[in-house]
Design a protein. Structure first.
Length: 324
């Protein structure tokens, strides 16, 4: 039976050999990488060139400028726009979940054999399911609230404040700043630089970590300014139907993680499980990969939404690539 390794950080009494060397350097380089991505990121490329073209191709019409034609069309639009927004700045952090999912899916019997491969497939899909559970709860609740409250939420406001900063972008800055710091903290916890918030909880609920990570991904919708999502939000609010709002927001979130889930499955199965075995071969490797993934996406998310975004409206300064 393969030894079960915690998803993000070894237990407090684990031997120091389980930790990578030069943790300070790992943290510095990860933050630097996140800052570099935040500086070079082109929202015009990912939102308009990639996002709009993907949505237009899949839907067969101009997704941004064509009215949503009914509840069924809105349901399709929800998933497609979520898929189109995979690589936007308000969703790219979801790819940081691949490392903890791979680790969580590595705890099945190493030598078990099954003629249909169901055991291996189940071990791969299980962490995706736990991640999706946390995501669905948050996105569904927010969708229901959004459909009920509508324009009373800052995310749907058309007003501006200060030097033209819309309330929806202010909400995005706050929400993604908190989520970015949460991801960064999980990365530091993987290196045991800070206490692991799941150290004890995981003893009773082994999948609690993945559920919370999924909840953070679901929280992307609470601040998301992606134009196609904004259009979906407006339509859901017009229905004043909380159940429909919850349904389309859940589909939007599922679309957001579809490519990430497919990539995870491909990494596990096209390599015959070698990817998972390599990653989990040493606890120090698990800690390093998890920490780098979370600190990079956490630093990027925080710096992009809380430094670069306000700088566009005259609040502070942040270096930006010349193509922006």
């Amino acid at each position: 039976m393969a030894r079960s390794i915690p998803v993000s950080a070894p237990s407090p009494d684990a031997h120091t050999a389980d930790l990578p060397r030069r943790r300070g350097l790992i943290i510095f380089l990860s933050v630097l990488a996140g800052a570099l991505i935040a500086s070079l990121w082109s929202f015009r490329l990912v939102d308009s060139v990639i996002g709009d073209n993907v949505a237009n191709t899949l839907l067969g019409y101009d997704a941004k400028h064509t009215e949503i034609g009914g509840l069924i069309a809105g349901t399709v639009f929800a998933f497609v726009s979520g898929l189109a927004g995979t690589f936007t700045a308000c969703n790219i952090a979801a790819f940081g979940a691949i490392a903890p999912m791979a680790n969580a899916g590595s705890t099945h019997p190493a030598g078990a054999s099954d003629t249909s491969g169901r055991l291996r497939i189940g071990a791969t899909l299980r962490p995706i399911g736990w991640l999706a559970l946390g995501m669905i709860v948050v996105s569904g609740l927010y969708g229901a609230v959004g459909a009920a409250l509508g324009e009373r939420l800052p995310q749907l406001s058309t007003a501006t404040a200060g030097s033209g900063l819309p309330p929806r972008l202010l909400q995005a800055s706050i929400v993604f700043g908190v989520i970015g710091l949460a991801f960064a903290y999980l990365g530091l916890a993987a290196l045991r630089v800070v206490p692991d918030p799941f150290a004890r909880l995981s003893l009773r609920f082994p999948n609690a970590r993945l559920v919370v990570i999924g909840a953070l991904i679901g929280g992307f919708l609470i601040g998301r300014p992606f134009p196609l999502f904004h259009k979906l939000f407006e339509y859901a609010a017009e229905t004043h139907n909380p159940l429909y709002g919850a349904a389309v927001f859940i589909l939007q979130s599922l679309g957001n993680i579809t490519l990430m889930a497919v990539l995870f499955v491909l990494l596990v199965h096209t390599t015959g499980g070698r990817f998972t075995r390599w990653m989990t071969a040493r606890p120090s490797r698990v800690a390093t990969i998890t920490a780098v993934a979370f600190i990079v996406v956490g630093a990027f998310t925080f710096l992009y939404w809380d430094l670069r975004l306000p700088a566009r409206f005259g609040y502070g300064w942040f270096p930006v690539a010349p193509w922006e």
